[in-house]
Design a protein around this ligand. Sequence first.
Ligand code: MLT
Length: 323
Amino acid sequence: MTYLVLVPDNLEQSGLELLRQTEGLEVYAPGKMTREDTLQQIPAAHALIVRSDTKVNQELLDAAPHLKVVVRAGVGVDNIDLAACTARRIVVMNAPDGNTISTAEHTFALMLALARHIPRADASMRAGRWDRKQFTGMQLWGKALGIIGFGRVGRAVAERGRAFGMEDIAYDPFVPDRVARHLGLELVPRLDDVLVKADIISLHALVTDETRGMINAESIERMKDGVLIVNAARGALINSADLAAALKSGKIGGAALDVYDVEPPAAGNPLIGLDNVVHTPHLGASTNEAQEAVALQAAEEVVRALLDNKFDNVRNREVFDLL
Ligand code: MLT
């Protein structure tokens, strides 16, 4: 039997080559597909590899009678309806390893850009000015770096924080203390410990019912005056209106944002264009190295699932109760 793998988002060659070289698989990957094309091709597909653009929802699943696996080339599965996939006995996997370093490096790029006013200084020189005083910044050395979420990226950020001479304060209720001790630091027991002590707060948590909107008026009130916030995780962790109000009042000194509650940001997003905000359009994992690594891991997972019935990095484990 030949299985069809459908790839409706752009995927690096490393992954496509592996799929094309594997006997027993046929690949349909013409580049970024429209929703209409995807709906037309999905009826024949046994596996689907997506990035964040393709929404794997009931509409798509209803058109996919043969679909066995969905693989997210990347970490976040917020574009995939996990419950609907489980109900259809479709295994959902992600490819969480290849993005880590790129996302941690981007977090630091954002942090430095914010602390040293790099985007505004660049814009000012391009406009023919030579303003120095206006762009006096803040050193990272000696500052307390609050890390919320101590998974792969949070840990890589903590390591880099240490290299910059920062004091890491990390919080994650799901990570055992020994993991942090192994990296030479103690996790703090309460979120509040990060909020009240950090000079810079960097978000690395998943979006769950507990974490959605965790940066809001109430938590901001607990923070130091002038704190900086960096978010290269998910926009939904922040209440945008509350953050915008705190940026305008100066309670929060600045924010560097790679992610937004709606992407691309909806018209009227109160954070866009504020002077003390640095923006990038969800570029954390956008390096050649990361894209090649996640594409390869996603392809390997499809091959193992379809041909060997082996499943790695499953995001809906409850599906195995039904298989
Ligand atoms: C991820 O979840 O892997 C990252 O946010 C990057 C992406 O969405 O492509």
